[in-house]
Structures are given as structure tokens and as C-alpha cells.
Design a protein around this ligand. Structure first.
Ligand code: GAR
Length: 208
């Protein structure tokens, strides 16, 4: 393998999954890829601080109401400028169109806080996912890492991990348990797996 896959992580909020990726890279658990850019659609996302604290370049690309194509063109431009080969959606709360995802086949992965196909799709994100799981009364939930295609949460599944729901759980308590027991473990593992596959293929810019 000649070089590491250049990774951009897209974020919108607190960035605990970004932190798990950074920690995994530092600990030598991600060796096939390198996080070179963190992109946020929110100026005040704490994830940006995490990136800066770790010397990772950041970009803020906000999405105006009703905008899609121009937003995605700005994303594509910053990705090209930085030679990005793989994208990780780590709590990124914007849906990407088919025009965007089709340029990055099997090069975008996403972490979702449920066992897909339960509690997923448009409008099902963040804490809402856990509210819905508790309201339904399921006894097991979990997290899924999947490739991103034009269907929200519909791409091929890479890894899943189940997490038990306990009596007295609130959405916040459940969210934390799913992060600790599943998300922060699965996402770095998936990042290494996909980064390795891309690095080994050698056709680094197949998406352009
Ligand atoms: C995480 O639980 C992630 O799985 C979820 O948002 C949270 C972001 O937390 N993502 C989605 O719901 C995407 N549909 P973080 O900013 O601390 O990583």
C-alpha cells in the first residue's frame, strides 16, 4: 500500500464520533486512512473544536434553506481542493442528493444510531431515533454503519451491533449507551475497513 486514504469527516454537532475516529487513528487502530479534513454545516458545532484541538483542518459550509445543488457544489469543491478520497458522515444532519452520492460510490459511510431498517430514514436522526425506539417499546436497539447512496439510511450495511434497552431508560440515557457500546466501536472499525479497500484499489479518484 503506497499511501493512506485521505478522509473527510462531515459533522453537525458535538462530534463524539469524530473524537472516536481521532482517538482510533492516534491509537493505531486506523492505519489505512488519515483524517485530513473536518467539514461542518454548522458554524458553532463543537466538533470543530475537537478537530482544531487535534490539528485537523476544518471547513464550514452552511446550507441555506431550500438549497441543495449549490451547497453540494461547495462541498465538492472543498473535497477536491483537499484531495479527499473517502467521506465519513459522523452526526452530519444534512441529506445528500443522488447527484452527490453517485459521485462517491462506496466512498461515503454513515453511522446511524439504530439497527437499520428500524427507526431510520428521513426525519429519523439524533435523539429522535432513541425516542422512537423507546416509544415503540423494542427491547434491543443498536447502531449501524452503512455505505451512503441516494436512499436515506438505505445503503449497504457494513457493521451492526445490538445494545439492550433497560428499564427506566430515557432517550438521553439510551443514546449514551448506544454510543459507548456500539457507535464509538463500529465507526472506527468501518473507517479502517473501507479506507483499506480504497487504498488497495489504487484508483484513488474514481469518483471524479
Ligand atoms: C450520533 O448518535 C449519530 O449516530 C447520530 O447523531 C449523533 C451525533 O453525535 N446520527 C444520526 O442520527 C444520522 N442519521 P456526535 O456528534 O456526538 O457524533
Amino acid at each position: 500500500m503506497d499511501s493512506k486514504t485521505k478522509i473527510a469527516v462531515f459533522v453537525s454537532g458535538g462530534g463524539t464520533n469524530l473524537q472516536a475516529l481521532i482517538d482510533a487513528e492516534k491509537a493505531g487502530k486506523i492505519t489505512s486512512g488519515e483524517i485530513v479534513l473536518v467539514v461542518s454545516d454548522k458554524e458553532d458545532a463543537y466538533a470543530l473544536e475537537r478537530a482544531k484541538n487535534n490539528g485537523i483542518k476544518t471547513a464550514v459550509i452552511t446550507k441555506k434553506k431550500g438549497e441543495q445543488e449549490d451547497f453540494e457544489n461547495r462541498l465538492l469543491a472543498v473535497l477536491a481542493e483537499n484531495g479527499i478520497q473517502m467521506i465519513i458522515l459522523a452526526g452530519f444532519m444534512c441529506i445528500l442528493s443522488a447527484a452527490f452520492t453517485s459521485k462517491w460510490p462506496k466512498r461515503i459511510i454513515n453511522i446511524h444510531p439504530s439497527l437499520i431498517p428500524s427507526f431510520c430514514g428521513k426525519g429519523c436522526y439524533g435523539l429522535h431515533v432513541h425516542e422512537k425506539a423507546l416509544a415503540y417499546g423494542v427491547k434491543v436497539t443498536g447502531a449501524t454503519v452503512h455505505f451512503v447512496n441516494e436512499i436515506p439510511d438505505g445503503g449497504e450495511i457494513i457493521f451492526q451491533k445490538a445494545v439492550e434497552i433497560e428499564d427506566g431508560d430515557t432517550p438521553e440515557i439510551l443514546q449514551r449507551r448506544v454510543m459507548e457500546q456500539a457507535e464509538w466501536i463500529l465507526l472506527p472499525r468501518a473507517a479502517e475497513k473501507v479506507a483499506k479497500e480504497i487504498a488497495e484499489k489504487g484508483d484513488n479518484y474514481g469518483h471524479l
